[in-house]
Design a protein around this ligand. Structure first.
Ligand code: SAM
Length: 293
C-alpha cells in the first residue's frame, strides 16, 4: 500500500465506486450525515477567517476529491482552485460544480510537489489528505510555500485510531453491514481498495511545522459524532435517504444540546474524541514579523 498519498488506490476507488459521484454540498438544510459534517467544518473555518479578516480571495483545496469543502468556499464568494492526483475525481468535481452553479479552476497535480508559484493563495485547505502520507513534511512545506504572507492554512486530519467516539458504534455498523449483505451488496462492499492512513496525532504535525514561517498555530478535535454506515470505509457509503435524514436530525439536535451546555462551537471537541483533528495556522507576514509584531 502506497504511503505517499495512496494515489493509485484512491484513483481506483474514484473510478469504480458509485460513492465517487456523491455531492456532499447542499445550500439549505443538510440531508445526510456527510453534508452535515461539511456544513459544520465550514462553520469552524469561517469563524477563523472572520477573525483573520480574510473574507474573500483565493482558496486552494489540495486533495479535493469531489470538492465538498470547496463548494462551501465557492458559495461564500472565494475564488476556488481544486487540486487532486486523480483525473477521474476532478471530472466528477467539475460536474458537481457546474450542476451547483459554482465556478472553479481544476488542477491535476501532486501534493508533494505543487506546480504553483510561491505566495499564490490566501487560504490552503485539505480535508482527509495529510494522514495518507508517511512523510508529512513535504506536503505541509509545499502548502506553506504557496500561501501568501498572512494566509490561513487548514489541515483537517483523520488519523487511524481505535479510541475515539467511533469505538462505541462499531456494533451498529456491523449490524448494518450484515443487513446490507442480506440485501445482496456484499460484493460491492468488498471492492473498496484499502488505503494507507497514519495514526499520527497532532504532536507529530506540530513537530513538522516547528521550523516553518507560521504563527497562531492551533490544533483541536473536530466531529464529535459517530459515522453510521453499513460500509464506513473510504469512500464512505451513505444509507437510504430516509435513514440519513432521520440520523441528520438526531445529530443536529445533539449538536444543539452540546452547544447549549458548552457555549462554544459544538463541532469542536477533544482530539481523543473526534473523528478528526484540525491543524490551523497563519503564514508569517515577513515585514511585520521582522519588526517583532
Ligand atoms: C480521503 S480523500 C478526501 C477528498 C476530499 N478532500 C473530501 O473531503 O472528500 C483524499 C484525496 O486526496 C487525493 N490525493 C491522494 N494523494 C494525493 C497526492 N499525492 N496529491 C494530490 N492529491 C492526492 C485523493 O485522490 C483523494 O481525492
Amino acid at each position: 500500500m502506497s504511503k505517499k498519498g495512496s494515489v493509485v488506490e484512491f484513483d481506483q476507488n474514484w473510478q469504480t465506486r458509485k460513492e465517487a459521484q456523491y455531492n456532499h454540498w447542499i445550500k439549505g438544510q443538510p440531508q445526510n450525515q456527510i453534508q452535515l459534517a461539511f456544513h459544520n467544518h465550514y462553520k469552524v473555518f469561517s469563524e477563523f477567517l472572520k477573525k483573520d479578516g480574510i473574507l474573500s480571495g483565493k482558496c486552494l483545496e489540495v486533495g479535493c476529491g469531489r470538492g465538498s469543502i470547496s463548494s462551501h468556499f465557492a458559495e461564500h464568494g472565494y475564488s476556488c482552485t481544486l487540486l487532486d492526483s486523480s483525473q477521474s475525481v476532478l471530472e466528477t468535481a467539475k460536474h458537481i460544480f457546474t450542476n451547483n452553479g459554482h465556478e472553479a479552476v481544476f488542477v491535476h497535480g501532486d501534493a508533494n510537489e505543487l506546480a504553483i508559484a510561491d505566495e499564490t493563495f490566501d487560504i490552503v485547505v485539505s480535508i482527509g489528505l495529510l494522514e495518507h502520507f508517511e512523510d508529512i513534511n513535504k506536503p505541509i512545506r509545499e502548502q506553506v510555500r504557496i500561501l501568501k504572507p498572512g494566509g490561513r492554512f487548514f489541515g483537517y486530519i483523520v488519523p487511524e485510531r481505535t479510541d475515539n467516539i467511533q469505538q462505541n458504534f462499531h456494533w451498529l455498523n456491523r449490524i448494518l453491514s450484515e443487513l446490507s449483505k442480506l440485501a445482496n451488496s456484499e460484493e460491492k462492499i468488498r471492492a473498496k481498495q484499502p488505503i494507507y492512513r497514519s495514526d499520527f496525532g497532532s504532536p507529530r504535525y506540530l513537530e513538522a511545522i516547528k521550523d516553518l514561517p507560521v504563527n497562531n498555530v492551533e490544533t483541536f478535535g473536530m466531529y464529535p459524532l459517530p459515522m453510521i454506515s453499513h460500509s464506513p470505509d473510504f469512500p464512505f457509503s451513505l444509507m437510504p435517504p430516509p435513514l440519513e435524514l432521520a440520523l441528520t436530525k438526531i445529530f443536529d439536535l445533539s449538536l444543539y444540546v452540546r452547544y447549549s451546555l458548552l457555549k462554544q462551537n459544538p463541532w469542536i471537541c477533544q482530539e481523543e474524541i473526534g473523528q478528526a483533528f484540525l491543524l490551523t495556522f497563519r503564514k508569517n507576514n515577513t515585514y511585520l514579523d521582522s519588526y517583532g509584531t
